[in-house]
Design a protein around this ligand. Structure first.
Ligand code: 5GP
Length: 189
């Protein structure tokens, strides 16, 4: 998506260890107009696919996911990163965080993810695909289906995209980073 790619080149910053910082318009300060354009692009790409629900993981997936869900007129559910003591009937999965270098649990209340539901997973970044695998695991536990996954930014030099596509999952990424070598952002055409 041209608009996003231009913004990444203008405002994105490389950090040590292959991290792309987009705090300026996605992860801290958020550009709502661009976020809505990205949501529209995701909805266009998945036109014709049956979607009953949008799934994401807190916190940074929530903004794009809620806009996609609004446009599709379906509910959005975000997996929580802390298991609330008040929650009953919990589906849980373990996720390794690439940026924070630790394992955490994600959970969804089973009444919000049910058998037969066709779900679109939306997140800000696809890196090694661990968050996506966690969501896939929750969907399997619930008997729900993941009909596709949409990411604002895919880091093409990490393994997640290949791994998920090899599983036969439809992946749509609005911008793919070819490399961050020498702290230079190189985008895939
Ligand atoms: P994965 O689970 O695919 O390995 O990593 C995806 C998650 O890690 C995303 O939800 C995102 O929050 C975070 N992440 C991975 N790489 C980056 C990065 O380069 N920049 C930022 N801002 N977040 C990242």
């Amino acid at each position: 998506m041209k608009q996003l790619k231009e913004r990444i080149l203008k405002d994105g910053k490389c950090l040590e260890g292959g991290i792309l910082k987009v705090d300026n318009f996605i992860n801290h300060r958020m550009d709502a107009g661009l976020m809505m354009e990205m949501a529209r692009e995701i909805v266009t790409r998945f036109r014709g696919t049956a979607i009953d629900k949008v799934l994401t993981v807190e916190a940074s997936g929530i903004a794009p996911a809620i806009m996609v869900a609004y446009l599709l007129d379906v509910p959005v559910v975000f997996a929580k990163k802390k298991v609330p003591s008040t929650m009953e009937g919990i589906l849980k999965s373990k996720v390794f965080s690439f940026t924070k270098n630790h394992t955490y649990e994600i959970c969804i209340c089973d009444s919000y993810l049910q058998k037969g539901e066709r779900c679109l997973f939306v997140d800000d970044f696809l890196a090694n695909g661990n968050a996506a695998l966690g969501i896939l695991d929750l969907a399997v536990q619930a008997g729900a289906e993941i009909t596709g996954m949409a990411f604002l930014i895919e880091k093409g030099f990490q393994a997640g995209g290949k791994m998920l596509r090899e599983k036969g999952i439809r992946i749509e990424s609005l911008a793919i980073i070819e490399s961050l070598d020498n702290c230079k952002i190189k985008l895939r055409n």
